[in-house]
Design a protein around this ligand. Structure first.
Ligand code: DX5
Ligand code: ZN
Length: 215
């Protein structure tokens, strides 16, 4: 199973509807939506009102990545805005188990994101609750950064952890993904790739999406 989730952070915010309709016509399965609060990460992107508008035009599930402090506060609001899959950062949750259950109780699938410095082994006691684990392959906050090579090791470690614990979590990689590293990431065990700049700065985004799915 290969899933591609183009990140709207690199879309043209003045023409979001046009860019979403392009993604609707493409082979991608999800739309990746990056929410940043200027505290957990240095950047501020957009919040629930914009997600609501994205939902209005999107024909595919919204894969919402919350880069915000204490995301448990906003589970209901992002569900109402249209999130299908809601991912929170391990580093931002004091009571991660409670937050994941709140997401599932609200009717969404739940994901946990790990920053590049956070070891996969910290998921040992929570992996069975995770519908998805997102491995950050750049420091979160901005699109267009350079891929961190240690991510391949983390993908393999996460795959091994899922196998050992018989967990069915989707393994997603986010940051610096492009047509040169996509094949290696799938080979290491990734199921889903997020790509912002690689898609939206391409001369032919739809073709790049197909290439990222079958590199
Ligand atoms: C970074 C975001 C990513 C970002 C990826 O903090 O989580 O989703 O949009 O962009 P690229 O693919 O350009 O690195
Ligand atoms: Zn993201």
């Amino acid at each position: 199973m290969h899933i591609l989730s183009p990140s709207l952070l690199s879309a043209d915010f003045g023409n979001l509807q046009r860019d979403i309709e392009m993604l609707n016509q493409s082979q991608c399965q999800w739309l990746h939506v990056d929410v940043m609060d200027g505290l957990f990460v240095p950047n501020i992107s957009f919040g629930q009102p914009v997600v609501k508008h994205i939902k209005k035009y999107a024909a595919k599930p919204l894969d919402v990545h919350l880069m915000i402090v204490d995301p448990g506060r906003y589970v209901g609001e992002f569900r109402d805005a249209g999130a299908d899959l809601l991912t929170v950062h391990y580093e931002a949750c004091t009571h991660l188990d409670r937050t994941l259950h709140a997401i599932k109780d609200a009717g969404m699938r739940c994901g946990v994101a790990l920053n590049p410095h956070t070891p996969v082994s910290l998921l040992e006691d929570i992996i069975q609750e995770c519908d998805l684990v997102l491995l950050m392959s750049v420091n979160p906050g901005f699109g267009g950064q350079k891929f961190i090579e240690n991510t391949y090791n983390k993908v393999r470690q996460l795959r091994e952890l899922c196998n050992r614990k018989n967990a069915k979590s989707i393994v997603e990689v986010d940051g610096g993904v492009n047509t040169s590293n996509a094949a290696l990431l799938y080979e290491a065990g990734a199921d889903a790739l997020v790509a912002g700049n690689a898609v939206f700065k391409s001369d032919n985004p739809q073709q790049t999406i197909s290439q990222l799915l079958k590199p």
